[in-house]
Design a protein around this ligand. Structure first.
Ligand SMILES: CC(C)(COP(=O)(O)OP(=O)(O)OC[C@H]1O[C@@H](n2cnc3c(N)ncnc32)[C@H](O)[C@@H]1OP(=O)(O)O)[C@@H](O)C(=O)NCCC(=O)NCCS
Length: 314
Protein backbone atom coordinates (compact mmCIF):
# COMPACT_ATOMS: atom_id res chain seq x y z
CA UNK A 1 0.00 0.00 0.00
CA UNK A 2 1.15 3.53 -0.78
CA UNK A 3 -0.06 6.83 0.64
CA UNK A 4 -0.03 9.39 -2.18
CA UNK A 5 -0.97 13.04 -2.65
CA UNK A 6 -4.68 13.29 -3.59
CA UNK A 7 -3.81 15.88 -6.23
CA UNK A 8 -2.24 13.14 -8.40
CA UNK A 9 -5.71 11.75 -9.04
CA UNK A 10 -8.91 12.67 -10.85
CA UNK A 11 -12.59 12.20 -10.06
CA UNK A 12 -12.62 9.01 -12.17
CA UNK A 13 -10.10 7.41 -9.76
CA UNK A 14 -12.17 8.34 -6.71
CA UNK A 15 -15.75 7.87 -7.83
CA UNK A 16 -16.22 4.23 -6.81
CA UNK A 17 -14.71 4.87 -3.34
CA UNK A 18 -17.10 7.80 -2.85
CA UNK A 19 -20.02 5.59 -3.83
CA UNK A 20 -19.07 3.27 -0.93
CA UNK A 21 -18.91 6.31 1.33
CA UNK A 22 -22.38 7.44 0.20
CA UNK A 23 -23.71 4.01 1.31
CA UNK A 24 -22.02 4.29 4.72
CA UNK A 25 -23.41 7.79 5.40
CA UNK A 26 -26.85 6.64 4.35
CA UNK A 27 -26.79 3.61 6.68
CA UNK A 28 -25.15 5.23 9.70
CA UNK A 29 -26.53 8.74 9.62
CA UNK A 30 -29.58 8.73 7.27
CA UNK A 31 -27.60 11.31 5.34
CA UNK A 32 -27.51 11.72 1.57
CA UNK A 33 -23.83 12.36 0.94
CA UNK A 34 -24.17 12.74 -2.85
CA UNK A 35 -24.05 16.56 -2.82
CA UNK A 36 -20.87 16.63 -0.71
CA UNK A 37 -19.40 13.85 -2.81
CA UNK A 38 -19.94 15.77 -6.07
CA UNK A 39 -18.33 18.85 -4.52
CA UNK A 40 -15.30 16.77 -3.45
CA UNK A 41 -14.95 15.30 -6.96
CA UNK A 42 -15.07 18.78 -8.52
CA UNK A 43 -12.29 19.97 -6.18
CA UNK A 44 -10.25 16.84 -6.95
CA UNK A 45 -10.49 17.53 -10.70
CA UNK A 46 -9.51 21.15 -10.11
CA UNK A 47 -6.43 19.83 -8.20
CA UNK A 48 -7.21 22.14 -5.29
CA UNK A 49 -8.07 19.61 -2.59
CA UNK A 50 -5.10 18.87 -0.32
CA UNK A 51 -5.14 15.36 1.11
CA UNK A 52 -3.93 11.80 0.75
CA UNK A 53 -5.09 8.62 -0.92
CA UNK A 54 -4.38 5.04 0.16
CA UNK A 55 -3.51 3.19 -3.03
CA UNK A 56 -2.94 -0.48 -3.84
CA UNK A 57 -1.92 -1.47 -7.39
CA UNK A 58 -3.18 1.83 -8.78
CA UNK A 59 -6.59 1.63 -7.06
CA UNK A 60 -7.67 4.10 -4.35
CA UNK A 61 -9.37 2.46 -1.37
CA UNK A 62 -9.17 5.25 1.18
CA UNK A 63 -8.68 9.00 1.39
CA UNK A 64 -8.54 11.94 3.74
CA UNK A 65 -8.61 15.62 2.87
CA UNK A 66 -8.33 18.95 4.62
CA UNK A 67 -8.89 22.62 3.90
CA UNK A 68 -7.04 25.73 4.97
CA UNK A 69 -9.07 28.53 6.58
CA UNK A 70 -6.60 31.30 7.33
CA UNK A 71 -4.31 30.06 10.11
CA UNK A 72 -6.49 27.00 10.71
CA UNK A 73 -6.56 23.60 9.04
CA UNK A 74 -9.83 21.67 9.07
CA UNK A 75 -9.80 17.93 8.38
CA UNK A 76 -12.80 17.56 6.09
CA UNK A 77 -13.14 13.83 5.73
CA UNK A 78 -11.60 10.41 6.25
CA UNK A 79 -12.93 7.29 4.61
CA UNK A 80 -11.51 3.82 4.00
CA UNK A 81 -13.67 1.22 2.28
CA UNK A 82 -14.21 -2.30 3.63
CA UNK A 83 -12.84 -3.82 0.43
CA UNK A 84 -9.27 -2.97 1.41
CA UNK A 85 -7.59 -5.95 -0.26
CA UNK A 86 -6.46 -7.45 3.01
CA UNK A 87 -5.45 -4.22 4.76
CA UNK A 88 -6.76 -3.48 8.24
CA UNK A 89 -9.17 -0.49 7.88
CA UNK A 90 -8.12 1.05 11.18
CA UNK A 91 -4.43 0.84 10.27
CA UNK A 92 -5.04 2.55 6.91
CA UNK A 93 -7.16 5.25 8.59
CA UNK A 94 -4.35 5.84 11.08
CA UNK A 95 -1.75 6.21 8.32
CA UNK A 96 -3.90 8.64 6.34
CA UNK A 97 -4.59 10.72 9.44
CA UNK A 98 -0.93 10.76 10.46
CA UNK A 99 0.00 12.14 7.02
CA UNK A 100 -2.73 14.79 7.18
CA UNK A 101 -1.84 15.84 10.74
CA UNK A 102 1.90 16.02 10.01
CA UNK A 103 1.31 18.03 6.84
CA UNK A 104 -0.90 20.52 8.67
CA UNK A 105 1.36 20.81 11.71
CA UNK A 106 4.32 21.52 9.41
CA UNK A 107 2.45 24.03 7.22
CA UNK A 108 3.83 27.52 7.84
CA UNK A 109 1.29 29.79 9.52
CA UNK A 110 -1.04 27.00 10.66
CA UNK A 111 -1.67 27.34 14.40
CA UNK A 112 -4.84 25.37 14.81
CA UNK A 113 -6.31 22.12 13.50
CA UNK A 114 -9.93 21.00 13.91
CA UNK A 115 -11.59 17.71 12.99
CA UNK A 116 -15.05 16.22 13.53
CA UNK A 117 -15.49 12.68 12.26
CA UNK A 118 -19.24 12.01 12.33
CA UNK A 119 -19.13 8.61 10.69
CA UNK A 120 -16.43 7.22 13.04
CA UNK A 121 -17.27 5.86 16.49
CA UNK A 122 -15.77 7.72 19.46
CA UNK A 123 -12.26 6.48 20.10
CA UNK A 124 -12.01 4.56 16.79
CA UNK A 125 -9.44 6.88 15.20
CA UNK A 126 -8.38 8.84 18.30
CA UNK A 127 -4.80 7.56 18.51
CA UNK A 128 -3.10 9.65 15.76
CA UNK A 129 -4.75 12.75 17.24
CA UNK A 130 -4.02 12.16 20.91
CA UNK A 131 -0.40 11.15 20.07
CA UNK A 132 0.02 14.61 18.52
CA UNK A 133 -1.41 16.48 21.51
CA UNK A 134 -4.96 17.07 20.25
CA UNK A 135 -7.80 17.66 22.72
CA UNK A 136 -10.72 15.29 22.30
CA UNK A 137 -14.39 16.21 22.85
CA UNK A 138 -17.20 13.64 22.81
CA UNK A 139 -20.11 14.59 20.57
CA UNK A 140 -23.53 13.00 20.15
CA UNK A 141 -25.47 12.46 16.96
CA UNK A 142 -29.14 12.55 18.03
CA UNK A 143 -32.36 11.97 16.14
CA UNK A 144 -36.07 12.60 16.67
CA UNK A 145 -38.66 10.58 14.73
CA UNK A 146 -41.20 13.00 13.29
CA UNK A 147 -44.09 10.58 13.36
CA UNK A 148 -46.65 11.13 16.10
CA UNK A 149 -47.82 14.37 17.64
CA UNK A 150 -45.63 16.43 19.95
CA UNK A 151 -47.44 18.97 22.16
CA UNK A 152 -46.69 22.58 21.24
CA UNK A 153 -44.17 24.27 23.55
CA UNK A 154 -45.39 27.10 25.73
CA UNK A 155 -42.95 29.94 25.66
CA UNK A 156 -42.88 31.81 28.93
CA UNK A 157 -41.88 35.09 27.30
CA UNK A 158 -44.59 37.29 25.78
CA UNK A 159 -42.03 39.90 24.67
CA UNK A 160 -40.51 37.53 22.12
CA UNK A 161 -42.07 36.41 18.82
CA UNK A 162 -41.00 33.64 16.49
CA UNK A 163 -40.86 34.15 12.73
CA UNK A 164 -39.27 32.42 9.77
CA UNK A 165 -35.59 33.04 8.93
CA UNK A 166 -35.04 35.57 6.15
CA UNK A 167 -31.89 36.62 4.30
CA UNK A 168 -31.59 40.08 6.00
CA UNK A 169 -31.18 38.27 9.38
CA UNK A 170 -27.64 37.34 8.35
CA UNK A 171 -25.65 40.07 10.13
CA UNK A 172 -27.66 40.05 13.39
CA UNK A 173 -27.57 36.23 13.41
CA UNK A 174 -23.75 36.35 13.36
CA UNK A 175 -23.82 38.72 16.37
CA UNK A 176 -26.25 36.42 18.19
CA UNK A 177 -24.06 33.34 17.60
CA UNK A 178 -20.95 35.13 18.86
CA UNK A 179 -22.75 36.23 22.05
CA UNK A 180 -24.48 32.89 22.65
CA UNK A 181 -21.21 30.92 22.48
CA UNK A 182 -19.01 33.18 24.62
CA UNK A 183 -17.02 30.89 27.02
CA UNK A 184 -18.94 27.90 25.66
CA UNK A 185 -17.33 24.48 25.08
CA UNK A 186 -18.40 24.62 21.41
CA UNK A 187 -16.24 27.68 20.81
CA UNK A 188 -13.24 25.59 21.92
CA UNK A 189 -14.21 23.04 19.25
CA UNK A 190 -15.06 25.56 16.50
CA UNK A 191 -13.19 28.85 16.82
CA UNK A 192 -15.46 30.53 14.22
CA UNK A 193 -17.96 31.13 17.04
CA UNK A 194 -15.47 33.42 18.84
CA UNK A 195 -15.67 36.39 16.48
CA UNK A 196 -18.27 38.17 14.37
CA UNK A 197 -16.27 37.50 11.19
CA UNK A 198 -15.97 33.82 12.10
CA UNK A 199 -19.70 33.52 12.82
CA UNK A 200 -20.43 35.14 9.43
CA UNK A 201 -18.18 32.54 7.74
CA UNK A 202 -19.97 29.79 9.68
CA UNK A 203 -23.35 31.11 8.49
CA UNK A 204 -22.09 31.42 4.95
CA UNK A 205 -21.00 27.75 5.00
CA UNK A 206 -24.35 26.62 6.39
CA UNK A 207 -26.68 28.77 4.31
CA UNK A 208 -24.88 29.07 0.98
CA UNK A 209 -22.81 25.86 0.58
CA UNK A 210 -24.06 22.28 0.39
CA UNK A 211 -21.34 20.85 2.68
CA UNK A 212 -23.77 20.29 5.57
CA UNK A 213 -26.92 19.46 3.61
CA UNK A 214 -29.09 21.99 1.77
CA UNK A 215 -30.20 24.93 3.85
CA UNK A 216 -33.98 24.93 4.39
CA UNK A 217 -35.24 28.46 5.09
CA UNK A 218 -38.81 27.20 5.59
CA UNK A 219 -37.93 25.19 8.73
CA UNK A 220 -35.46 27.80 10.08
CA UNK A 221 -36.72 30.40 12.55
CA UNK A 222 -35.63 33.39 14.60
CA UNK A 223 -36.89 34.59 17.98
CA UNK A 224 -37.23 38.38 17.93
CA UNK A 225 -37.46 40.64 20.98
CA UNK A 226 -40.59 42.65 20.11
CA UNK A 227 -39.59 45.97 21.65
CA UNK A 228 -36.00 46.26 20.40
CA UNK A 229 -36.37 44.01 17.29
CA UNK A 230 -33.07 42.35 18.25
CA UNK A 231 -32.59 38.62 17.70
CA UNK A 232 -32.88 36.66 20.95
CA UNK A 233 -32.47 33.21 19.43
CA UNK A 234 -32.43 31.24 16.21
CA UNK A 235 -32.66 27.76 14.75
CA UNK A 236 -31.20 26.83 11.35
CA UNK A 237 -32.17 23.61 9.61
CA UNK A 238 -30.88 21.89 6.47
CA UNK A 239 -32.21 18.88 4.63
CA UNK A 240 -29.58 16.15 4.60
CA UNK A 241 -31.84 13.67 2.81
CA UNK A 242 -35.13 14.18 1.01
CA UNK A 243 -37.02 13.28 4.24
CA UNK A 244 -34.45 14.13 6.96
CA UNK A 245 -33.87 17.55 8.48
CA UNK A 246 -30.72 18.43 10.44
CA UNK A 247 -30.41 21.29 12.92
CA UNK A 248 -27.15 23.02 12.01
CA UNK A 249 -27.53 25.70 14.68
CA UNK A 250 -29.77 26.49 17.64
CA UNK A 251 -28.93 29.15 20.20
CA UNK A 252 -30.53 31.67 22.52
CA UNK A 253 -28.87 34.76 24.07
CA UNK A 254 -27.93 34.14 27.74
CA UNK A 255 -30.36 36.79 29.04
CA UNK A 256 -33.31 35.10 27.27
CA UNK A 257 -32.63 31.52 28.38
CA UNK A 258 -34.86 29.26 30.53
CA UNK A 259 -38.08 30.74 29.15
CA UNK A 260 -38.83 27.98 26.70
CA UNK A 261 -37.49 29.84 23.63
CA UNK A 262 -35.03 27.06 22.68
CA UNK A 263 -37.76 24.47 23.09
CA UNK A 264 -40.24 26.50 21.03
CA UNK A 265 -37.71 26.99 18.21
CA UNK A 266 -37.06 23.23 18.06
CA UNK A 267 -40.78 22.50 18.08
CA UNK A 268 -41.45 24.97 15.27
CA UNK A 269 -38.80 23.31 13.12
CA UNK A 270 -40.13 19.83 13.91
CA UNK A 271 -43.75 20.92 13.21
CA UNK A 272 -42.81 22.47 9.88
CA UNK A 273 -40.91 19.37 8.75
CA UNK A 274 -43.68 17.07 9.96
CA UNK A 275 -46.21 19.02 7.90
CA UNK A 276 -43.97 18.48 4.84
CA UNK A 277 -43.77 14.70 5.50
CA UNK A 278 -40.16 14.59 6.71
CA UNK A 279 -39.49 11.44 8.75
CA UNK A 280 -36.60 12.46 11.03
CA UNK A 281 -34.90 15.50 12.56
CA UNK A 282 -31.26 15.03 13.56
CA UNK A 283 -28.59 17.19 15.22
CA UNK A 284 -25.17 16.98 16.85
CA UNK A 285 -24.33 18.20 20.33
CA UNK A 286 -21.26 18.19 22.55
CA UNK A 287 -21.61 15.64 25.36
CA UNK A 288 -20.42 18.21 27.93
CA UNK A 289 -23.23 20.62 26.93
CA UNK A 290 -25.51 18.96 29.47
CA UNK A 291 -28.22 21.62 29.37
CA UNK A 292 -28.72 21.24 25.60
CA UNK A 293 -28.53 17.42 25.78
CA UNK A 294 -31.24 17.40 28.47
CA UNK A 295 -33.44 19.70 26.42
CA UNK A 296 -33.15 17.44 23.35
CA UNK A 297 -33.86 14.32 25.41
CA UNK A 298 -36.93 15.93 26.91
CA UNK A 299 -38.20 16.65 23.39
CA UNK A 300 -37.75 12.98 22.40
CA UNK A 301 -34.34 13.03 20.67
CA UNK A 302 -32.24 9.93 21.31
CA UNK A 303 -28.52 9.33 20.82
CA UNK A 304 -27.76 7.36 17.66
CA UNK A 305 -23.98 7.65 17.67
CA UNK A 306 -21.12 9.03 19.76
CA UNK A 307 -18.23 10.51 17.78
CA UNK A 308 -15.19 12.68 18.46
CA UNK A 309 -14.19 16.26 17.75
CA UNK A 310 -10.44 16.98 17.91
CA UNK A 311 -8.62 20.27 18.35
CA UNK A 312 -4.93 21.10 18.25
CA UNK A 313 -3.40 24.48 19.02
CA UNK A 314 0.24 24.95 18.14
C1 LIG B 1 -29.42 25.19 24.54
C2 LIG B 1 -30.20 26.48 24.46
C3 LIG B 1 -30.51 26.79 22.99
C4 LIG B 1 -31.52 26.33 25.21
O1 LIG B 1 -32.27 27.50 25.05
P1 LIG B 1 -33.35 27.98 26.16
O2 LIG B 1 -34.20 29.00 25.53
O3 LIG B 1 -32.69 28.34 27.41
O4 LIG B 1 -34.12 26.61 26.33
P2 LIG B 1 -35.53 26.40 27.06
O5 LIG B 1 -35.83 27.53 27.96
O6 LIG B 1 -36.53 26.03 26.03
O7 LIG B 1 -35.27 25.09 27.89
C5 LIG B 1 -34.17 25.01 28.73
C6 LIG B 1 -34.53 25.32 30.16
O8 LIG B 1 -35.66 26.15 30.33
C7 LIG B 1 -36.68 25.49 31.11
N1 LIG B 1 -37.97 25.90 30.54
C8 LIG B 1 -38.55 25.43 29.43
N2 LIG B 1 -39.74 26.01 29.26
C9 LIG B 1 -39.90 26.88 30.30
C10 LIG B 1 -40.91 27.78 30.66
N3 LIG B 1 -42.05 27.90 29.95
N4 LIG B 1 -40.71 28.53 31.76
C11 LIG B 1 -39.57 28.43 32.49
N5 LIG B 1 -38.60 27.58 32.18
C12 LIG B 1 -38.76 26.81 31.10
C13 LIG B 1 -36.40 24.08 30.92
O9 LIG B 1 -36.91 23.26 31.93
C14 LIG B 1 -34.90 24.11 30.96
O10 LIG B 1 -34.55 24.37 32.28
P3 LIG B 1 -33.10 24.09 32.87
O11 LIG B 1 -32.10 24.78 31.98
O12 LIG B 1 -33.16 24.69 34.20
O13 LIG B 1 -32.94 22.61 32.84
C15 LIG B 1 -29.44 27.65 25.11
O14 LIG B 1 -29.04 27.26 26.41
C16 LIG B 1 -28.21 28.11 24.35
O15 LIG B 1 -28.30 28.93 23.43
N6 LIG B 1 -27.03 27.62 24.73
C17 LIG B 1 -25.77 28.01 24.08
C18 LIG B 1 -25.71 27.50 22.66
C19 LIG B 1 -25.93 26.00 22.63
O16 LIG B 1 -25.44 25.25 23.45
N7 LIG B 1 -26.67 25.55 21.59
C20 LIG B 1 -26.91 24.14 21.37
C21 LIG B 1 -25.77 23.57 20.59
S1 LIG B 1 -26.06 21.90 20.10
Amino acid sequence: MEILDLRHFSSADLRSLLEDEIDVWSKLLCWDYRGSSEMILRYVDAKILPGYAAVERGKIFGYAFFVYEGSKGVIGDLFVTDGTRGHDVNHVEGRLLTHVIETLQQSPGIHRIEAQLLAHDAGAVARPFTDQGFQRHGRLFMALPLSGEVPAATMNSSDVEIRQWSEPDYQSAAGLITNAYRSHVDSQINDQYRTLGGSLRFLNNIVRFPGCGTFDAESSFVAVHKRTRMLAGLILCSSVRQDVGHVTQVCVLPEFRSHGIGETLLERTAANLRKRHFQTLSLTVTEANARAVELYQRLGFSTQRVFDAFVWEG
